[in-house]
Design a binder for this molecule. Structure first.
Ligand SMILES: *Cc1c(COP(=O)(O)O)cnc(C)c1O
Length: 396
């Protein structure tokens, strides 16, 4: 592969190794927990890190290794680490970066389990947390402290599609203290639309369950960043703290999904932008949240840092939560399900489902309306998705 290859070429060929024995085109699944040594000397050298080679799948696996190299290439990272879930990636990174006496600053609008991990769990171990609106410069500046170890956010954020200016946040934080790790959850954007490391972040995390795998059949995650940071997160966070090791079969499925990431994202984005326009003009819709719409607060920033505006939409139905529930209950083609980034269109109600861990007060502080509906726009023919919604709106 040439050095300046395009995204699709990198997604298809990047990081691949040639199977010397049989010339297999697809990366084989090395479904093995452990790897044999030729001698005690060799085993000892591998443990000491003097000699390359695999030891035990919790510390690395050949199928997973190819996947990690490919993700690193796509995110323009020095290195990447695969985990058995997005939460595994997020917690492996934060357990490694933080310690008792340290402080985290996080945006208020987060995936529900990330929010709960920060608010209810890591704080039980002597780590302090400040939630702030990271799209507001003053709030970010006044949240930073001498003991701050990490600044954490999502963009676009789950579920309101709030946009955070990655370059501005990284600049403010690193001007204050270059040692603070700026961590971005890039799940909604994918490296096809945004590469946060290029914009100054230190670490990118992913739920690969979503667009990266893209087919609704795997739970997985990634951490990407500098080689030193990723080694620390692999050897401490993953290997000794969370133990959230991805299986070789899951790695194989994500390698398969990644081959079509850019064409899937192109269709997700064009379907979502058509749907956002449809909803924005709909008499039964109160408000639409989509970064591609000019009235979205983050539209200009999104234009600057995203190739396209993504495949996720949120909206409020006139008549609030009750009307929203009726709408969702009557959809036929679209699936009523959490998760996102799959080929199927998925709809859900954040306040009672993905963001169930938010109290009503926390929802209000994060500007997540009680009646908000979230749509992961799939790859179906867009006219069929819109017809499904139109029939369901007619029942309100
Ligand atoms: C789903 C999701 C996660 C958690 O990922 P899992 O793979 O479900 O553990 C984290 N962040 C965001 C933005 C998500 O949407």
């Amino acid at each position: 592969m040439v050095n300046n290859a395009g995204f699709a070429t990198k997604a298809i060929h990047g990081g691949n190794i040639r199977d010397a024995q049989y010339g297999s085109l697809a990366m084989p699944i090395y479904q093995s927990s452990t790897f044999c040594f030729d001698s005690c000397e060799q085993g000892g050298n591998r443990f000491a890190g003097i000699e390359p080679g695999y030891i035990y799948t919790r510390a690395g696996n050949p199928t997973t290794g190819v996947l990690e190299n490919k993700i690193a290439i796509l995110e323009d990272a020095e290195a990447a680490l695969a985990c058995s879930s997005g939460m595994g990636a997020i917690t492996s990174a934060l357990w490694t970066i933080c310690a008792a006496g340290k402080h985290i600053v996080a945006d208020r609008t987060l995936y529900g389990c990330t929010f709960s991990f920060l608010v209810n769990h890591i704080t039980r171990f002597g780590v302090e947390l400040t939630l702030a609106d990271l799209s507001n410069r003053q709030e970010l500046e006044s949240a930073l402290r001498p003991d701050t170890a990490a600044v954490y956010f999502e963009t676009p954020a789950n579920p309101t599609l709030k946009i955070i200016d990655i370059e501005a946040v990284a600049q403010i934080v690193h001007d204050y203290n270059p040692k603070i790790k700026v961590v971005a959850d890039n799940t909604f954007s994918t490296p096809y639309l945004t590469q946060p490391l290029k914009l100054g972040c230190d670490i990118v995390v992913h739920s690969a369950t979503k667009y990266l795998n893209g087919h609704g059949d795997v739970i997985a995650g990634f951490v990407c960043g500098k080689t030193g940071d990723i080694n620390d997160i692999r050897m401490s966070g993953l290997k000794e703290m969370t133990g959230c090791v991805i299986g070789p079969f899951e790695s194989f499925l994500i390698l398969r999904g990644l081959k079509t990431l850019d064409i899937r994202m192109d269709r997700h984005c064009s379907n979502a932008s058509k749907m956002a326009e449809y909803l924005d003009g709909h008499p039964k819709v109160e408000k639409v949240y989509y970064p591609g719409l000019e009235h979205h607060a983050g539209h200009e920033t999104a234009k600057k840092q995203m190739l396209k505006f993504g495949g996720m939409i949120a909206f409020e139905v006139k008549g609030g939560r009750k009307a929203g529930e009726t709408l969702l209950n009557n959809l036929e083609t679209c699936a009523l399900a959490v998760s996102l980034g799959d080929v199927e269109t998925l709809v859900e109600h954040p306040a009672s489902m993905t963001h169930h861990s938010y109290t009503p007060e926390a929802l209000a502080e994060a500007c997540i309306p009680e009646g908000l509906v979230r749509v992961s726009v799939g790859l179906e023919s867009i006219d069929d998705i819109l017809l499904d919604f139109e029939k369901s709106f007619a029942k309100l």
